[in-house]
Design a protein around this ligand. Structure first.
Ligand SMILES: [Zn+2]
Ligand SMILES: [Zn+2]
Length: 149
C-alpha cells in the first residue's frame, strides 16, 4: 500500500507521545492523505460520513491536530479565520497566493523564498521548524475570479 510510510511515521509519533493507537486515527490519516488540495476539518468529516464511516467529529478534529504536529499534514490559514489542512506527504513545499475577493488559491514555489527562513533563523540563533508565507491579492482578470459580481 502506498501510504505505508505515512502510517509508520504516525504510529511512531503516537507511541512516542503516549497517545492511543486506534483504527479510527488511521482512517483519518488515510482520508486526509487522499484529499485533494486544501480542506477544513468539517469537509473531511462530511466526506468520511458519506463513505459510511462511523467516525466522530471530535476524532476527526483531534486526529488532524496530531497529524499536523507530526508534519504529515500542514495547517493553513488563508486569512478568513478558518483553519485548513493539506497533505505534506510526498508533496513539494509550496506557498500560496490568495484572492481576497473570491478566495481562489494559487500554489507556487519560488527558490528565492525557500532559503529565507533558514537565513533568518541563523541570524537570530533559532533552529528552523517551519514557516508560513501567504500573499493576498485580487484576481486582475475578472474571468478568473470566482466572486462573480
Ligand atoms: Zn497548498
Ligand atoms: Zn478572485
Amino acid at each position: 500500500m502506498k501510504n505505508d510510510k505515512a502510517i509508520e511515521i504516525f504510529k511512531d509519533f503516537l507511541k512516542r507521545g503516549k497517545y492511543r493507537i486506534t483504527p479510527e486515527r488511521f482512517e483519518v490519516l488515510e482520508a486526509a492523505l487522499q484529499h485533494e488540495g486544501h480542506f477544513g476539518a468539517d469537509d473531511l468529516y462530511v466526506k468520511m460520513k458519506n463513505t459510511k464511516s462511523v467516525i466522530s467529529r471530535a476524532t476527526v478534529y483531534n486526529t488532524l491536530e496530531l497529524l499536523a504536529q507530526c508534519e504529515l499534514i500542514s495547517k493553513r490559514n488563508f486569512g478568513d479565520n478558518m483553519t485548513r489542512f493539506e497533505s505534506n506527504f510526498k508533496r513539494q513545499t509550496h506557498d500560496h497566493l490568495i484572492c481576497v475577493d473570491c478566495g481562489r488559491i494559487i500554489e507556487f514555489t519560488d527558490p528565492r523564498i525557500k532559503k529565507i527562513p533558514q537565513e533568518i533563523c541563523d541570524n537570530f540563533d533559532f533552529e528552523f521548524h517551519s514557516y508560513s508565507f501567504n500573499i493576498f491579492g485580487r484576481c486582475k482578470n475578472k474571468k478568473d475570479c470566482l466572486n462573480k459580481k
